[in-house]
Design a protein around this ligand. Structure first.
Ligand code: G3P
Ligand code: MG
Length: 241
């Protein structure tokens, strides 16, 4: 089972910042997850929320700011004891992790198509990193973004990302994922029961579960055949408890 550094080593450093990815690399991580959005002036950036209320006590929205304003915001403000860390560009994150990466989950945050055509921008940016072509897998809670990515690229690697997916909705979701040729299926730990996994795997998907921060839970998921877990702790399998 692979351990995917969720928003970098976000248990040890401020999520989705360069220090979080540096920390993950130092810890030997080879698999990474992060969230991608777009500034008003079209720069692809890495950040989870649509604004900075939680991370920097700043209510301004990413979509309404140019990157020169965004880069002044301290994305580490919420993390106790951390130094200033800017919101990184997607290119900076890819550049940092490219040599050590075996698996990169690039998650598009685009609910309600807040960033029209961001899928094309992401594919274009990824092409600047040819060595990552086979390593990047694109996911999104916003299914139209996955559909759009598939239309733009028949070779892009895709992962279905289940949002508020109750067990009863798994079967229809699996069919949707199949239709656009996703290879992975990512689901919440809250519904990662063995029966659900069996069903998803019977359609040929590799299953990754988010977000797993307890070693015991991680071990159980490994036992029942999960392919990967997203964890804020790259060292989760060696942690106590
Ligand atoms: O991609 C897996 C996971 O990151 C999805 O949830 O809210 O942490 O982006 P979230
Ligand atoms: Mg994410």
């Amino acid at each position: 089972m692979i351990v995917i550094s969720h928003r970098g080593a976000s248990g040890y450093a401020p999520e989705n910042t360069l220090p979080a990815f540096e920390k993950a690399l130092q810890m030997g991580a080879k698999a990474f997850e992060f969230d991608v959005q777009r500034s008003k002036d079209g720069k692809l950036i890495v950040h989870h929320d649509y604004d900075f209320s939680r991370t920097a006590k700043d209510k301004r929205k990413i979509a309404q700011l140019d990157y020169k304003e965004i880069e002044k915001i301290n994305a580490a403000a919420h993390f106790k004891g951390a130094n200033f860390a800017k919101v990184p560009l997607l290119s900076e994150v890819l550049d940092l992790i490219k040599d050590k990466s075996e698996f990169i989950n690039l998650e598009i945050k685009n609910d309600g198509n807040i960033y029209p055509n961001i899928e094309a921008d992401i594919l274009k940016e990824s092409e600047k990193f040819p060595s990552l072509k086979e390593k990047i897998i694109i996911s999104s809670f916003y299914f139209p973004s996955l559909e759009k990515t598939r239309i733009l690229s028949s070779s892009a690697r895709l992962a279905y990302l289940g949002h508020k997916l109750s067990a009863i909705l798994i079967a229809p979701a699996v069919l949707k994922a199949k239709k656009i040729n996703c290879e992975n299926f990512h689901l919440s730990r809250k519904i990662s029961f063995s029966a659900n996994l069996k069903l998803i795997k019977s359609f040929g998907f590799k299953v990754c579960v988010y977000t797993v921060n307890e070693r015991k839970e991680a071990e159980k998921l490994e036992e029942i055949g999960v392919y990967g877990i997203f964890s804020n702790y790259p060292d989760i399998m060696n942690k106590n408890g």
